[in-house]
Design a binder for this molecule. Structure first.
Ligand code: NI
Length: 192
């Protein structure tokens, strides 16, 4: 399986609106998804969108590694780590609450950085897998976050564009200092 090259912030592919996939069960889509899965695992990412590998189509994959889960959430809100990796073709999101939650995000297209991003706390998402089977799920917490992050890539949006406080955009290697400085006054953010 080839490992695909990942576009980084500044590449125009990442600012384009990706096109719908006319035939989700087609062989070319299966091949693309296989290569995206290999690329995501090789890069140790939680998700990947087709535009990140220079394919302007509405395809995302995601998987939340156990260490990325949010402790303290109820069963219903926790990511199902036993679930297979999810492939979503032509995804759509319904926002089920106006409540926003802040959480730390990184992106394979923005290497070395992390930022605090507000996201809708509760969503429903729909799409198709590579057999053309409809998928519909509700998601909260990190699960909801990763879906919103990946689907944003299909509309040419990177997570820094969703941030409301750019002082919380930082190098991952410095973020522990930031956490230490805050530790006296505020609870640590989960992912730091
Ligand atoms: Ni990303």
């Amino acid at each position: 399986m080839p490992i695909l090259k990942i576009a980084r912030m500044g590449h125009p592919m990442l600012t384009r609106t990706a096109q719908p996939v006319p035939n989700p069960e087609g062989p070319r889509v299966k091949q693309l998804v296989r290569n995206m899965v290999e690329t995501m695992k090789d890069a140790d990412g939680a998700g990947l969108a087709a535009p990140q590998v220079h394919v302007s189509r509405r395809v995302v994959i995601f998987q939340a590694p156990p260490e990325r889960s949010l402790p303290g959430l109820g069963e219903e809100e926790a990511f199902d780590h036993s679930a297979p990796l999810t492939v979503l073709i032509n995804p759509e999101i319904d926002y089920l609450t106006e409540e926003m939650e802040e959480g730390w995000e990184g992106c394979l297209s923005v290497p070395g950085l992390t930022g605090l991003v507000p996201r809708c706390a509760h969503i429903r998402y729909r799409g198709y897998d590579t057999e053309g089977t409809p998928i519909e799920r509700e998601a909260r917490g990190f699960h909801a976050r990763v879906v919103q992050h990946e689907c944003d890539h299909l509309d040419g949006i990177l997570y820094p564009q969703r941030m409301t406080d750019l002082s919380k955009l930082m190098f991952t290697s410095e973020s522990r200092h930031w956490a230490e400085a805050l530790a006296q006054d505020l609870p640590l953010e989960e992912e730091l």
